[in-house]
Design a protein. Structure first.
Length: 276
């Protein structure tokens, strides 16, 4: 279970990110429509995918922050990984849409209407995404969520996507060739390859491929924590434990565990149970 401030920062990062992405989507969709530039329209769809990702991320972080229940004593931490996986699936589909629409535009390429003011506005949206990266980075310092980490990666990718979009839009002035379609295909391939690479860590966390038990036992031994039994549940690089202890934990021991990203969500000793 995440602490109050950590949970609040995580959810707010998704809410504010969603609001900004809605605005970016609206601006780019309008500009893409009046200029007939497919790459700008695709960038708008990309931001729309980010909105869905933010909504999913907020839900995942919120559920992960719920207290353990009798039915789910290990807590709900894995919801965060599921949300991250869903976000990556959305971004993958956006990349596939980029490729499909761009290939279609190769065979049917209507004229693009270049407007300097629209070029400047799209350039400003790129700077907004840079600002969003730093906003997510600040949130990640408080809440080491895989969802926020995915947002950071996506923000940097969006900066590159918008830069490529501006390039194709600018080149449309000097060439009648379907430059925006060609660059759209390149962007789509880049998104898909990047998502496949980033999926590896999320799938490892969901499948439990890293040695959680060994890390917990090493931390218990290092901090002289005497236990009878425990169950560990990991997501991302964070581990939550339900533990049966011989003695109560000291504040120093709890802090040392949390510094190692190990959190005791429920501790049992002397036949009494205490939720941490």
């Amino acid at each position: 279970m995440k602490k109050g401030n950590e949970l609040k920062v995580g959810i707010l990062s998704q809410v504010f990110g969603g609001i900004v992405n809605i605005a970016l989507c609206g601006v780019k969709f309008y500009i893409g429509t009046i200029t007939n530039c497919i790459s700008i329209l695709q960038d708008a769809y990309n931001n729309l995918g980010d909105v869905v990702g933010n909504a999913t991320g907020a839900l995942g972080i919120g559920l992960a922050g719920k207290k353990p229940t009798e039915k789910y004593p290990h807590g709900f931490g894995r919801f965060e990984d599921v949300a991250t996986l869903f976000m990556y699936i959305i971004y993958f589909l956006v990349g596939a849409l980029f490729i499909y629409k761009s290939v279609e535009r190769l065979f049917f390429h209507p004229p693009i209407f270049f407007l300097w003011w629209s070029f400047i506005v799209v350039a400003i949206t790129m700077l907004v995404k840079v600002g969003m990266f730093f906003g997510y980075w600040a949130a990640y310092k408080v809440n080491k969520s895989s969802v926020i980490k995915a947002d950071m990666i996506d923000s940097l990718q969006d900066v590159g996507i918008t830069a490529m979009t501006l390039l194709s839009y600018g080149l449309s002035m000097a060439s009648a060739a379907p430059v925006d379609a060609i660059i759209g295909i390149i962007i789509g391939v880049f998104i898909i390859v990047s998502i496949i690479k980033n999926l590896k860590g999320t799938m490892e966390s969901l499948m439990g491929s890293w040695d959680i038990d060994q890390k917990v036992e090493d931390a218990f031994e290092a901090n002289k924590i005497e236990y009878i039994d425990y169950k560990a549940f990991g997501y991302g690089r964070r581990i939550e434990c339900v533990v049966e202890l011989k003695n109560e934990l000291t504040e120093e021991q709890i802090k040392a565990l949390e510094d190692s990203k190990i959190f005791i969500i429920s501790a049992k000793f002397d036949k009494k149970e205490e939720t941490v």
